[in-house]
Design a protein around this ligand. Structure first.
Ligand code: B1M
Length: 212
């Protein structure tokens, strides 16, 4: 099969076509991780770039996002790891004002598939809700996602709320999302920045002293 067709189906927002091609890729022996990183994400990057150039519009983004989610629903169960081990507990969410959740959910799935317990708070999450979830779940790591330059600043509010709650000593904070970088993470007092889901898992294990 020609896997470029899968990337093209994401760009076109062709849900049924993308899911069928993902299944064919699985049947051909390609791992879910490779399907996601080599073909699906490329499709989202392409439609994002077209949007940035004024050649695609919000409905196109929504259709591509729907196709991507359909593929992830198919692939996620195949990424589940050994549930008898737990490297630690993660609370994750997209910060207030931001509705993007595909990347955040991918990070959450990768954590689950790698033996972490994950509490996914969803999108548009306020600082107080993050703090409460960390306390309630005795989380080891808090992961914040933002895709907009206008919402990434709210990550600092969340770090400050964690500090104010007096729990900063017991929880590591990791940040990610397209506009975020390592310098920003340092500036707001987070413990780490990672630019993709795979790196997030590696960094989380390192932060908890469980790197292999
Ligand atoms: Co939006 N959007 N969007 N959008 N959208 C971007 C982000 C944009 C870059 C597009 C562009 O202009 N080229 C642009 C932001 C510009 C900026 O801020 N500088 C943009 C805009 C402008 C907007 C709106 C304002 C558009 C409008 O309404 N006029 C609006 C804002 C809504 C809001 O949030 N308040 C909007 C809306 C939407 C949709 C709802 C239509 C849809 C989201 C659907 C959904 O998520 N359910 C959407 C989409 C799909 C995109 C693009 C095209 C794709 C995002 C995506 O899913 N990527 C995006 C362009 C782009 O990113 N190239 C764009 C695939 C995903 C796997 O990657 O999310 O980056 P990503 O996640 C990665 C890493 O970043 C990292 O790991 C993930 C996996 O490898 N990561 C983490 C993410 N979170 C992490 C957390 C961690 C660690 C790593 O914790 C430790």
């Amino acid at each position: 099969m020609e896997l470029q067709e899968l990337t093209d189906a994401i760009v076109a927002g062709n849900l049924n076509g993308a899911v069928a091609l993902s299944q064919q890729a699985v049947d051909a022996g390609i791992t879910p991780q490779a399907i996601i990183s080599d073909y699906l994400i490329k499709g989202m990057e392409t439609i994002g770039a077209r949007f940035g150039e004024g050649k695609a519009f919000v409905p196109n983004l929504l259709m591509s996002a729907r196709a991507m989610k359909g593929c992830l629903d198919l692939l996620k169960p195949m990424m589940k790891g050994d549930t008898s081990i737990s490297y630690g507990r993660i609370v994750i969410g997209t910060v207030k004002g931001d509705l993007h959740d595909i990347g955040k959910n991918l990070v959450a799935s990768m954590f689950e598939g790698s033996g972490f317990e994950v509490v996914n708070l969803g999108i548009n999450v306020e600082a107080g809700k993050f703090v409460q979830a960390v306390v309630d779940n005795k989380a080891d790591i808090l992961c914040l996602s933002a895709l907009l330059t206008t919402t990434m600043g709210y990550m600092k509010d969340v770090v400050e709320a964690v500090n104010a709650a007096g729990i900063r000593g017991s929880v590591k904070i990791m940040v990610g999302g397209a506009p975020v970088n390592a310098a920003f993470a340092q500036e707001i007092g987070a413990d780490a920045y990672t630019d993709d889901a795979n790196e997030a898992v590696i960094e989380a294990k390192r932060l908890l002293g469980k790197a292999s």
